[in-house]
Design a protein around this ligand. Structure first.
Ligand code: PAF
Length: 280
């Protein structure tokens, strides 16, 4: 695997590959890689892509400095996993390399970045859009792969690609789950054994909510009772449980309102913030 820390040599390398008609597939990550990330690499390879994985813990998308500080960083293990997965290129830039000048651009996606995560993480999606735009400009991928676990992020990146005419195909790859159902996430590494067990509450709540919706209950009742249930444990906190239209993220109150809905949840176990969703 070729490893680049700087933009210029990576661009020169990819220019040569493009002359040889390589189709570049980008897998943007913040590292602390797990099987979910590796499934993105595998799908990129299945598409016949020259696979570029980026690892960059992007300060611009963290609204909480503690969260940024505590985000797991496991470069050595990540490199070993990428080598094993057959990834072709790793781009691992420093903050100074990615933000050589202080950024002044902010993004506003209208309703898409004001709902759900947007209510709780001000400026988060502007930071995501900024770094993803930078990565698209640096790597010029023909394909880019993102996890379905971050459904709102994927929806916003789809809008970004449309609005800025990025010439690439986006792929949302289904969430991989641990055996008990917990969605794989880099943040799971920060949970202790007890918290790891408690974290399952979010996926369980999604499944219960799905059943309750099909039984005719409305979202506001479901969210209220989920909050009561989750917050019985003082270490657990529900930020939101929402039903939304999959494409435009409009809030829905029941399943009859749309046949393409996504049920999204976010909350804390201790100081670890987790999100999950299921497509209905
Ligand atoms: O989903 C993530 O890991 C990040 O938000 C991304 C897309 C790599 C941008 O920093």
């Amino acid at each position: 695997m070729d490893i680049f820390h700087e933009i210029k040599p990576l661009k020169a390398f990819l220019r040569e590959k493009n002359k040889a008609d390589a189709r570049v597939g980008l897998v943007p990550t913040m590292g602390a890689l797990h099987a979910g990330h590796l499934s993105l690499i595998e799908i990129a390879k299945d598409q016949g892509c020259l696979t570029v994985c980026s690892i960059f813990v992007n300060p611009a998308q963290f609204n909480n400095p503690e969260d940024l500080k505590k985000y797991p960083r496991t470069l050595e293990a990540d490199v070993a996993l990428l080598e094993k997965a057959g990834c072709d290129v790793l781009f691992f830039p420093s903050v100074e390399e990615m933000y050589a000048t202080k950024n002044v651009i902010t993004f506003d996606f209208g309703h898409l970045d004001k709902t759900m995560e947007g209510e709780f993480r001000l400026g988060h999606f502007s930071g995501v859009a900024l770094v993803v735009s930078k990565l698209f400009h640096i790597v010029h991928p023909a394909h880019a792969f993102f996890g379905q676990k971050d459904w709102q992020q994927f929806t916003i990146i789809k809008q970004l690609v449309k609005d800025l005419n990025f010439d690439l195909q986006l792929h949302a790859v289904p969430t991989l789950r641990e055996e008990d159902g917990l969605a794989m996430s880099s943040r799971n590494q920060r949970l202790n054994t007890e918290q790891r067990k408690k974290a399952l509450i979010f996926y369980k709540t999604l499944l219960e909510a799905q059943q309750q919706l099909h039984a005719g209950k409305t979202m506001s009742d479901i969210e209220k009772s989920a909050k009561r249930n989750i917050e019985q444990d003082p270490e657990c906190k529900l930020e939101y449980l929402r039903l939304a239209h999959r494409e435009n993220l409009t809030a829905l109150s029941n399943v009859e309102e749309s046949d393409t809905a996504v049920l999204c949840i976010a909350g804390f176990i201790g100081d670890v913030r987790l999100i999950d969703n299921i497509l209905l």
